[in-house]
Every structure is written in C-alpha cells, then in structure tokens.
Design a protein around this ligand. Sequence first.
Ligand code: COA
Length: 331
Amino acid sequence: MFGIEIVGTGAYCPSLSVTNDDLAKVVDTSDEWIFSRTGIRSRRIANGEATWEMGAAAAEEALRSAGINGSEVGLIIDTTITSDFSTPSMACVIQSRIGAGNAAAFDLGAACSGFVYGLDAAKRYLQTDPELKYVLVVSNEKLSNITDYSDRSSCILFGDGAAAAVVTRSEKLYSSYIGANGNGAKFLYAKNHKVLHPFRTAETDSIETGEFANGSVFLFQDGKEVYKFATKALPSAAKKAAEKINMDINNIDWFIPHQANIRIIEAAAKNLGVPMDKFVVNIKEHGNTSSASIPIALHEAITSGQVKRGDKLCLVGFGAGLTLGAIITEY
Ligand code: COA
C-alpha cells in the first residue's frame, strides 16, 4: 500500500491561558455552563505571537523530532484560516524562517478539516513526485483575531495554537476520505474587511445581503446547524475512509478528532460504536483551535506516550465550508 510515515511532530501553544472564569468577566456566562455544554475549561490565546511565528515554532520542533534540516523539506503546506497576510502565504513566510529554501510552499484553506486535507495532499504529492522526500504540514491558527468577544455563544469555544508534522512516503496502512458541502457555507463564516475606494458606488456588497447577511468580520456561526452537521460528519468521514480499505473501524487504536465540543466527539463515538477511551481528547485545555486542533492532539498523544509506533490512527475532522475528512494511517 502506498502510504505515509509521520516522522516528526511539533506544537506551539501560547503561554497565556484564558479560563472560563476569565471569560465570565467579559460576557454573561459561567464555568459551569461552558464546561457542561462543551467540555472546555480554558484555551490558549496569542499575546503578541503572529500566526506565522506559532507555525514556525511548531515546524522547527517537528524538524528536530524528525532529525532533518529545513533544507531537506521539498514542500510546505500550511492550513491556516487566520493568516497574518492576504499574501504572501504563511507557508512562504515559514519557509524562510526555518531555512527550507528548497521547498515549494502554499496555503490550503479547508478550515478545521485543514490538517486532514493537508496531510492527504502531502501523501498525493509524495506519491506522484519521486524527487520529493519530506513534506511539512503546518497548521497554525490565531482564532482570537476573528473571535467576537461580545458573543457568548461563540467566544467560549475558540483558542490559538499551532502544530506541524513532517511526513515521508512509506508502505504503511493508508486511507483517506475528504469531502465538502458548500450549501452549509452560510452556517460558519468570517468575512474579510469591507474596503472602501473612490470607484465604489454600490452601498452594499452582494455578500452583505442574502445568505451571508449575518455577521461582521468576526466568525459567525449557527451553532445548532454546525452541531448537527458535525455529529454526522465525524462518523461518516471515518467510516468512508475505513470502507475504502475494507477495514473494521474497531481495529483502529486511536481516533484523533477535531476538538470542537466534547458532546460532538461523544456523539461520534456512540454512532461508530467505539468506546470514548479510544478517542484522544485535549479540548479541556485548548478549546477549538481550528486546523491546529487535530495535530496538537496528535503531538501531545505522541509525546505523552499514549500513541506508539505501530498504532493505527484515524484523524478525523469537520469545519467551515462545510468540510469534512478522515485519514487512517499507522503511526
Ligand atoms: N453562557 C451561558 N449561556 C449561554 C452561552 C454561554 N456562553 N451561550 C449560549 N447561551 C444560552 C443561549 O442564549 C440560550 O439561552 P436561551 O435558551 O435563553 O435562548 C441557551 O444558552 C441555550 O443555547 P443553545 O445555543 O441551545 O446551546 P447549545 O447547547 O446548543 O450549545 C454551542 C451552544 C455553541 C456550544 C453548540 O451549539 C455547539 O457546540 N455547536 C457547534 C459549534 C462548533 O463546533 N463550531 C465550530 C465548528 S469547527
């Protein structure tokens, strides 16, 4: 089977930890409400760090853990939705920072499914380009930049952080499924700033009316619709990836899901008929860090010894788009 090996991982989480009690000082909420509805007690928030800096720090650790130099990386895929720039890409900025001058570099936008999409793209580049040895996937998010801290139904969910993985080709187990449903784009979005210029005569952009009328530059979500989608998307993506290789889902050692809400993860586990103790969960201390959430959980599970070489993993996510995806691979 043509697969990948994850040869190194790294993560960077800002030192500033914002607790539920801290949030209760700025919006009408409580630790009890947030923890019981989401499983979150605190989240890290960038306090001076740029998105690219968090990504570069995670990437440097991933290179060290892989035992390679930046110059050996042939491709960098960055999966952020909170880039510091419209252009250049985060991948290019990080390429310079980590001395990866031989790498092609681009950003990929799949929101919270980004790491799954990015890793799957890495596998496909490795499969088709024999010259390529190492791909670096970086997921770095500064959701505090697009979070409305006056909206208690969303600001409690999100945190900042970054993680990265170095992958190379291998004969290990591999299957993936990636999908999207653009009809649900209206349920979870953050608009760009409206730009005024001397030639604009229309008072309103088409995006300010119709299905995207809600929301400002901050993240808008219809929590109930996203919840409904998520509870179906996680099991559906995992099952589709397993079906492609006729794998019994019970043979997976660890599910590493997108950390959006503990109740979404529990519903997915129930739907799959898999016990919760097979799910890697770190939402309590991190909240939802979008595309960084799966690789932060993966990195923490590897460094704590929870995930070991030879374990069969299912990385599974969902997010804005709406997107969903799963990768089954052996660590
Ligand atoms: N503190 C206290 N009360 C809150 C609150 C908060 N932080 N946020 C909302 N409430 C209130 C609501 O105003 C509502 O009050 P009302 O009944 O008087 O109108 C009540 O709590 C219930 O709100 P509801 O929206 O039904 O709560 P919920 O159980 O659906 O949980 C979410 C809300 C956002 C936690 C949940 O819908 C969710 O997790 N959705 C998915 C979001 C997600 O994952 N987004 C990212 C995807 S990548």
